[in-house]
Write a protein that binds this ligand. Sequence first.
Ligand code: ADQ
Length: 523
Amino acid sequence: MDQDVSPENRLIIVSNRLPVVLTRGENGSWDVRPGSGGLVTALAPVLRNRGGIWIGWPGTVQAEDLHLEELLAEATRDSGYSLRAVALTEEEQAKYYQGFSNEIIWPLFHDLQSNCNYDPDYWFTYQKVNRRFADVIAENSAPHDFIWIHDYHLMAVAKELRVMGIRARCGFFLHIPFPSPDIFLKLPWRFQVLSDLLEFDLLGFQTLRDRRNFVQCIRALAKEVAVVSRGQMTTLHVEGRQVRVGAFPISIDYAEFADHSATQEVADTAWYIHEDLPQRKIILGVDRLDYTKGIPQKLDAFRTALRKFPDLHEKIVLVQVVVPSRFNIPKYLDLKTEIERKVGEINGEFTRSGWVPIHYIYRNLNRRELLAYYRTAEIALITPLKDGMNLVAKEYCASNLEHNGVLILSEFAGAVAQLQKGAMVVNPYDVEGVGRVIYQAVCMSAEERRFRMRRLRHSIRKRDVYWWVNSFLQAAISKRLDQFPLVEDYAPTREVDHWPGSVCQAVVHGPVADDDRPSSPHR
Ligand code: ADQ
């Protein structure tokens, strides 16, 4: 087995945001806290103790504001990896992050083209900022490192590295969906974005559907590229190079969710939640404030269920948690207003003494509260209009220790590919259909609930976040996670199933220490 521990064989993760949140206290001093959200949840545990580097934008601060390097070193003192900051001006943030990433690529790749704002200045700044990221990578990497770039904010980084003469292997994982050619063709910079992506050595997508969409775009727009598909992997032949393209469905640290949910503090919190809602079944929604998550449609479906099935009255409560996100973009503020108006209307129509049908929570929950809701809710209602994966669906199942929960899941969430056999799959646009499924879920027998939930938990346990990282690294560089150098001696291991079929080792970590969860760092 190749146990190459050369310091040059490190894993370098690059994402828009560093996995920390910096906030300024009242006395002007800075506080550094670990971040949360899909990407961090997935990657922080697996980098731990591996001497890698994470490169990203540190947050709201300007680089000159503080002793950034010192603070970042302090923040990762015990983490086993180091952080390097990419400094960005406010204008760059506005045009590259809010602009190109979140007003063009985000809506377009989620099939919501009418939400796009194709400002040419955004594209110009996007390229400039991708170059800045490439500069920081170039300063911090060595030829044999593996550079793993994350998400749609950084699609041009490999191209910029190649222009600088950096030849280190680069992989890219897209956390959001990749659209079909009909939609992708709308992008004014479609040729440049595709050719930038072709500079990576490995391209990873969430689902086979995303991979297929990407390959179809290549066939339509880059006719000189030869496409060879074999088994799970497609290989693109581009000017004498090979670019491999695969589907790697991201997942969660299943064991950590299951273990933490089993703790007394979570059980106590769950008990109090139900104690306050006696005789009610809790239907839980947990979504970032985002128009892709289908929150207004979900509320309409809930209203339909209450109108059509009066026997549900006083028996169910929808707890809708909305996690604040992207406040600077006007569409998000409009969405918040729309959600709050609908919640008010529905509660106004149905509330009676002792029963308020919707409990609306607009804030970050701490981890204990979130797990308590997962653990105690009888039904999870997860109905995005489109979603790369949706980790909440998997977290809910991992935390459902009593096997009595029902997962209602949108057919447009990436997670459905893996979870369709145990979940009740719905079309989020079909409010009557979702209303009916809510009713069926409430009436479902204990036996069927148990059968479905066992299936769901089994499939998530089998393909957890370690499986995901191992699959990607194996495809990228024929290396497993445990073949990266350790900076500490101890590393308890356990076996995980490995894609595409072999068995390998993954490190078992302690609970993620992020009790007070700030908003997602890469969002
Ligand atoms: P997101 O759009 O952020 O991620 P999701 O996959 O659901 O969506 O992840 C949300 C994360 O936030 C979960 O890990 C959850 O635990 C956390 N969270 C939820 N509610 C919270 C709360 N109230 N307080 C604090 N944290 C909370 C993007 C893509 C997804 C893809 C992920 C990972 O849009 O489709 O699944 O990346 O690739």
